[in-house]
Design a protein around this ligand. Structure first.
Ligand code: HEC
Length: 112
């Protein structure tokens, strides 16, 4: 009897579109995609931030910046994530994952 109730509950939950919304899924991925979260370099809402400072051989200060990524088109966003010549880590995200992160960042930008 108890199992039947549990099964019913579970199937009702599964019949819903998903346990979490696209927005929540995007947030989760943004903060922990594959080990190192995007927010460490691009800021909590994709607004961009400084990643590191160092002095080059000529003694000039250099700054590595994780740019603002909340206003890029989905094409620009995808292209950046699939380009292996970049400084940032390569994540091998799926199309669905990239779209979820992109949507999350756009929503966060629009809420502000
Ligand atoms: C270790 C720091 C770091 C992490 C973590 C990181 N990035 Fe980046 N990202 C950078 C830097 C630095 C650049 C700019 C230089 C380059 O292109 O590599 C960049 C560039 C980008 C660009 C292109 C921006 C443009 O204007 O063309 C996008 C999009 C992007 N990152 C998305 C992400 C997403 C999404 C994640 C997480 C899945 C992520 N990044 C994780 C450092 C990081």
């Amino acid at each position: 009897m108890r199992y039947t109730a549990l099964l019913l509950l579970l199937s009702a939950a599964l019949a819903e579109e998903s346990f979490i919304t696209q927005f929540e899924y995007g947030k989760m991925l943004y903060e922990n995609p594959r080990g190192i979260g995007c927010h460490h370099c691009h800021g909590p809402e994709g607004q961009g931030q400084e990643v590191a400072r160092y002095q080059n051989k000529k003694g000039m200060q250099q700054i590595i910046q994780g740019g603002a990524i909340h206003s890029l088109s989905i094409e620009q966003f995808k292209h950046a994530l699939e380009d292996s010549t970049r400084i940032m880590p390569r994540y091998y995200l799926t199309d669905t994952e990239i779209r979820a992160i992109h949507l999350y960042l756009q929503k966060m930008r629009d809420f502000r």
